[in-house]
Write a protein that binds this ligand. Sequence first.
Ligand SMILES: [Zn+2]
Length: 457
Amino acid sequence: MLPKEIFRAYDIRGVVDTHLTADVVYQLGQAIGSEALDAKQTSICVARDGRLSGPELSEALINGLLTTGIDVIDIGRVPTAVLYFATHMTKTQSGVVLTGSHNPSEYNGLKMVIAGKTLAQDKIQTLYQRILAKDLHQGQGCLTQEDITSKYLERITSDVHLPKKLKIVIDSGNGIAGEIAPQLFRLLGCDVIELYCEIDGNFPNHHPDPSDPKNCVDLQNKVIEEKADFGLAFDGDADRLGVISNTGEIIWPDRQMILFSQAVLKDDPQSTIVYDVKCTKHLGDAIQQAGGKPIMAKTGHSLIKAKMLETNAALAGEMSGHIFFKHRWYGFDDGIYAAARFCEIIAGQNQTVTELFETIPDSINTPEIKIHIGDEKKFLLMQQLCEKAEFPGAELIRIDGLRVEYPDGWGLVRASNTTPCLVMRFEAESEAALGRIQEAMRVQLKLLDPSLELSDF
Ligand SMILES: [Zn+2]
């Protein structure tokens, strides 16, 4: 039995032993190996995160891959970004990592790169079709092990230099960053205080997802208690970054991106910077003011990567915390490398993180608001909204869902690609403007579906 629902927009994901069994993962290995061979690849890297099911599923994946005749380089238990790094460092441009990212401990999944391209959408469906059609290569690949972590650490420590010592707290949420992140930041000369850095697939302390404020509370308290310069948080597979200021405030990724953009543009003027539709308007403005070219794009890490390639962008970032440096790096999302660049910026000036962010324009904004409506309904409703909705005085941006921009603020509604939800976000110069924009959105959605529950905003 091959459950279709595990083949999602940007990755494969399911509950271990229910949907994602060792047998299913073995078949996925056969399909991925065949796909890579068809793309003229002769070898592929395999990694896994710190989940309890990792060793068993990794063995099944490797065995499935080997039956196609492709050679496998096992790089062991490492962050997703180290797997991406391995596809640049070894003789292969292909890799697959077993990771459940920020999901609860019963989940696991696969993120895949073949011939330098992240698999997404129809490319992931192709794997499903391949298994059904038994369109699988036969052969006998050979398995080797390689240590990529030391090369990864060397590459970053030769790239990033901190002109002064920083005191930082690292919260890995018991995810895979727990070993490598404290090691890296000590090598960079930081005084590191560890919080939940033991890798533990049960995630006993909090969910490894810094995009949810309730997962940041312990880190906020620790930063204040230790009088640290700031706090760094990573999601379960460390491809996303969270930052806490010295006074305990969450610095959301779109605000981090303003800082990253200014730093990149200082060194590489006029470069293109990509960000997703959920980001603050101040980010686009800041990129323009610094001489760069801002490009708003669809949400989704593989879509952002594709847009970066298309536009030759130097940097990209998503509100979710995926930050992609092409400038001095390889253009993949890497929470740990982004954190190193954050340290470099802070150590290179004399203000505290809070003082520095006070110099950057801000507005009143909401976090992401999710409205649960079901998978089928979400796309239909978005289509109707894009066709019929009226927002007088606003510019309508239809890059991904609908972003309604007024002179004093904006609202976004889009269909989530990964959950059965509509996702919304609002930002405005005043509470009054925020309320007005939210009400306009509520009215238009209610016209299309009076049963919608919109009390969350
Ligand atoms: Zn992740």
